[in-house]
Every structure is written in structure tokens, then in C-alpha cells.
Design a protein around this ligand. Structure first.
Ligand code: TRP
Ligand code: SF4
Length: 328
């Protein structure tokens, strides 16, 4: 029986942190049971916003894949590859660009937001405007049906469906219309309760050592209304408590009860959580180190195999596209 096909991707913009583990990778690993999964490093997508400094992209592409595997993505069951290794992504992007009105891209809310928020970056390129069209090509090349992503990616999937619908309308039913498979886990905020991001210094990296984990958690923002140890707290308003959801589910009721009754201090509450996070992250760090040993020999072998599988599918799809666009 053929399983429905999934495609997802991640830009290699840095080393991965616990937000990636909880928000994406645990989900990617779980989906392997029911779906045929393609997981891709979206390195061209990273170039779109980082073209002035691409020197770390290759290194992060490799180390991210090591982290994926260390977190349970299984290269025996899933196909892992780097986007730029398969030139058909860019070729299909070009084909999709032919049927994509500029206005669809300009009205995409993520586009408007990023142009506004990342004003220090040069995002005025043709390519950046076409970001969702490349994402569409990523999915369509493998005839992906479901795309596991967070809510922030929904606008891109909306554009993807429109482009695919239009392309199918003109050239025949080549592609399935992909659907979002929303990642259910709520996003983990950073230690300062802002969006978790390496650049804010508020993220616990997957490779963090136990001492680093403890010291970062000590400074973590809690319920702002709980000033003194004797003040009762409101766990629902505490960032630490939301991390319990991800790393110590069995202690949620205990922690909530102790917090509301001022029966525990925030430092103790945090260190109890750290005691759960440390053994969860330790094997990931070990596995990653093995994979990265010897100039990442093991990761490179996985990618060579993944690329071969991805390439076969991508070439077949592109042949079909060309036959439809240039009928004999
Ligand atoms: N845009 C996605 C992000 O920033 C990454 C991505 C690129 C992607 N291509 C994709 C996600 C295809 C899903 C499917 O997170
Ligand atoms: Fe947050 Fe725990 Fe402090 Fe309550 S006791 S405010 S849940 S850190």
C-alpha cells in the first residue's frame, strides 16, 4: 500500500535549538510511521535573505541534518536531501513563475511582514518575492500531498495551492493540491519570553551542555506577577510552565498546584524541569557527535543516498512537466 507523501523543509540559518525539536522534529519523526516523508534543507530559500553572507550555509546544512537524525528522523525510512543538490527545484520554480501573477506574491502577508520587520536586510530581489513559488516547487516536485509546518507557513501553502491549481488548469492535472498538516504542539518561547531565536540569545541549543541549560534557565522569565516566593503564581502565564508541557508532561498538575499555592520557589521549579531536559538532550548530543565525526562522514553518506532517491522522483516529475508545457 502506498502511503500519502509528505514534504517539509527547514532553512539552514543556524544550529538547531529546543524550539526546533518540539515544534518540528518530534513531529517529523512521528509522521514517518504513516507517511512517505521527504525532508529537505531549504538552502536556496536561505540565500534569498542571506545572500550577502552565505559562508555558513553549507556547514549548517550538514549539522542540521545531523540534528534531524539525532532527534529521530530515520534516513532508512525517510528521504533527506539538500535542495540545491537537486537542480529541478529551481527549474520547476521557473515554470511556476510563468503562471504566477506578481500580485499573488505581493499580497502574501509573510512577504509584507518581512519587508517591514527585516528592514536591515536587502529583501528587494525578484527571488525573495518568489519565495512561496520556490516552496511550491519543493512540494510539487515530489507530488507532496501534506506539508507539516507551523501556522506561520500557512500563507505560503495558500499561495502554493493557488499556483498548483492554476498550473494544473493550464497544463493538465499533474500535481495534487497540497494541504497543511499543522504541527499541534504550541511554540516554545525563548528564555526571555520572546520568540525563540539564536539571534536573541534566548534559545537553548540542542548541543547545550547541562551547565549551560541550568544557567540559562535560572535567568528565565516567569510569571511577572509572582515577585516574592510567598506570592501565589499563575502557571498559565508562565513561560517555564509552557516548557513543562514539552518536557515534563507528567508534572504539569503538580507544578500548577505548587505554583498556585506558593509551595515551590521559581528556581526549584525551573531546576526540576532542567533535570528532565538534560537527560532528554544528552542522547541527541551524543548521536549528533557520532554523525558529525570524521568530517560528518555519516551525514554525507545519508545525503548521498537521499539525493539519489530525490533526484529520481524530481527528474520524473520534470519530464512530465516538460511534456505538458512543450507537447510534441
Ligand atoms: N519556508 C519554510 C520555513 O521557513 C521552509 C521551507 C522551504 C519549506 N521549502 C519548504 C517548508 C517546503 C515546507 C515545504 O520554515
Ligand atoms: Fe513559573 Fe514555576 Fe515560578 Fe510558577 S513556580 S511562576 S510555574 S517558574
Amino acid at each position: 500500500m502506498t502511503r500519502p507523501r509528505i514534504l517539509s523543509g527547514m532553512r539552514p540559518t543556524g544550529d538547531l535549538h529546543i524550539g526546533h525539536l518540539v515544534g518540528a522534529l518530534e513531529n517529523w519523526a512521528a509522521l514517518q510511521d504513516g507517511y512517505e516523508c521527504f525532508y529537505m534543507v531549504a538552502d536556496w530559500h536561505a540565500v534569498m535573505s542571506e545572500f550577502k553572507d552565505t559562508k555558513s550555509l553549507r556547514r549548517h546544512s550538514i549539522s542540521n541534518v545531523a540534528d534531524w537524525i539525532a532527534c529521530g528522523v530515520d534516513p532508512k525510512r525517510s528521504t533527506l536531501f539538500i535542495q540545491s543538490a537537486i537542480p529541478e527545484h529551481v527549474e520547476l520554480w521557473a515554470a511556476f513563475s510563468m503562471v504566477t501573477p506578481v500580485s499573488w506574491l505581493e499580497r502574501c502577508p509573510t512577504y509584507k511582514e518581512q519587508i517591514h520587520e527585516l528592514s536591515h536586510k536587502d529583501l528587494s530581489s525578484v527571488a525573495f518575492l518568489g519565495y512561496p513559488a520556490l516552496q511550491t516547487a519543493d512540494i510539487a516536485l515530489y507530488k507532496g500531498e501534506l506539508v507539516p509546518v507551523g501556522k506561520d507557513q500557512e500563507p505560503h501553502l495558500e499561495v502554493a495551492r493557488e499556483i498548483i491549481r492554476r498550473f494544473n488548469g493550464v497544463f493538465g492535472n499533474i500535481f495534487p493540491e497540497p494541504r497543511v498538516k499543522l504541527t499541534e504542539t504550541p511554540k516554545l518561547n525563548g528564555t526571555d519570553n520572546r520568540k525563540m531565536s539564536k539571534s536573541y540569545g534566548n534559545a537553548i541549543e540542542l548541543s547545550a551542555k547541562p551547565e549551560q541549560i541550568r544557567s540559562m534557565m535560572k535567568t528565565m522569565v516567569t510569571d511577572p506577577k509572582r515577585v516574592r516566593r510567598s506570592d501565589p503564581g499563575t502557571p498559565e502565564e508562565c513561560n517555564v510552565y509552557s516548557w513543562y508541557q514539552a518536557f515534563a508532561k507528567d508534572l504539569l498538575t503538580t507544578a500548577a498546584d505548587e505554583c498556585r499555592g506558593a509551595k515551590i520557589g521559581c528556581i526549584d521549579c525551573k531546576m526540576r524541569l532542567a533535570d528532565r531536559m538534560i537527560p532528554r538532550l544528552a542522547p541527541i548530543g551524543e548521536r549528533r557527535a557520532e554523525l558529525m565525526a570524521d568530517d560528518a562522514k555519516a551525514v554525507r553518506a545519508v545525503l548521498a543516498e537521499g539525493e539519489e532517491k530525490a533526484r529520481a522522483v524530481a527528474q520524473r516529475t520534470m519530464r512530465e512537466v516538460k511534456e505538458a508545457v512543450f507537447p510534441v
